[in-house]
Design a protein. Structure first.
Length: 247
C-alpha cells in the first residue's frame, strides 16, 4: 500500500514527454510578423536585418543569397513578407519574384534594389511584387514600405507613381514602351547597360557572363526592337536611358 506521503517525482525524474509538453505550454508564441531577406551582399542584409528587428511587430526569420535557397526558405519558414534584390548571382530578383508567386501566391514581395526604378518598377509589379524601393532610400523608407505591403497596399515612390499615371493618361511613346516591354529581364539589364555606355566586355564582367553571351543578347535586342545595326542599338539605348533619367 502506497503512502499518501510518497515523494512526487521532480522535474529531472519526470518523463521526457511530460517535460516537453510543459515547456511547450510555457513558451510564449511569437506574434511578430516574419520577414525573409534575399540579397547576395551580407553587409546589405545585416543593415536591413537591424532595421527590421528594431520594430516591435517584425523579425527577420531567414536570409538567402541566391534564388534556390530563397524558394526553399519560403516553403520552410512561411514568411509574411519577402524583401528581394534584383541583382542576384544565379538569376535576377524579378524572375525570382515570379517563382515565389508560383510557390506562395499570397506572399507580398518588396523589391529593394540599386537599379533605377524608372526601368524596373513596372516590370517588378508585373512579376507579382507589391512594392519597389531604391536601396539609396532603404534606410529611411523600408519600414514604411514593409508596413504598407503588410496592409495589402502597393508601395512606390511618388516619382514613379506620377510617371506611371502620366503614361497612362497621355499614352506618350506607346510604340516604344511596347517594344521595350517585349524584352526579357536579362535583355533589359543588357539594354540599360548599353545605354549607360558600357562596352560588351564591361557588361559581361558586370553580369558574370561571357562576351559571347552578351553578343547574343545584342542580336536579340536588335531583332526585338527592329534595329538594323549595333550602332543603331547603341543610339536607341542611349536615347531610352536619357528619357528615363538613368544616365
Amino acid at each position: 500500500m502506497k503512502s499518501k506521503f510518497a515523494k512526487k517525482p521532480d522535474a529531472e525524474s519526470a518523463t521526457p514527454g511530460a517535460t516537453a509538453v510543459a515547456e511547450a505550454r510555457s513558451t510564449p508564441v511569437s506574434t511578430k510578423l516574419k520577414v525573409l531577406l534575399v540579397d547576395d551582399h551580407p553587409i546589405t542584409r545585416q543593415g536591413m536585418k537591424a532595421l527590421v528587428n528594431q520594430q516591435p511587430n517584425l523579425e527577420v526569420c531567414g536570409e538567402a543569397d541566391n534564388a534556390a535557397y530563397a524558394i526553399e526558405l519560403v516553403g520552410r519558414l512561411q514568411p509574411d513578407l519577402a524583401i528581394v534584390d534584383i541583382a542576384l548571382k544565379t538569376t535576377n530578383g524579378i524572375e525570382l519574384t515570379k517563382n515565389i508567386k508560383v510557390h506562395a501566391p499570397n506572399l507580398p514581395v518588396l523589391i529593394v534594389s540599386m537599379h533605377d526604378e524608372g526601368l524596373y518598377a513596372e516590370r517588378a509589379l508585373r512579376a507579382g511584387a507589391m512594392g519597389y524601393l531604391m536601396k539609396q532610400e532603404a534606410s529611411e523608407k523600408i519600414i514604411a514600405a514593409i508596413q504598407r505591403l503588410l496592409q495589402g497596399e502597393i508601395y512606390l515612390s511618388d516619382k514613379i507613381k506620377e510617371k506611371m499615371l502620366h503614361r497612362f493618361v497621355n499614352k506618350k511613346g506607346e510604340g516604344m514602351v511596347f517594344s521595350i516591354d517585349t524584352l526579357s529581364d536579362r535583355e533589359m539589364e543588357v539594354f540599360q547597360l548599353i545605354g549607360n555606355g558600357y562596352s560588351t566586355r564591361q557588361i559581361a564582367q558586370k553580369l558574370n557572363l561571357s562576351s559571347k553571351t552578351i553578343d547574343s543578347y545584342r542580336e536579340h535586342l536588335k531583332l526585338k526592337l527592329n534595329l538594323e545595326s549595333g550602332a543603331e542599338l547603341v543610339r536607341h539605348a542611349i536615347q531610352w536611358a536619357r528619357s528615363e533619367g538613368t544616365v
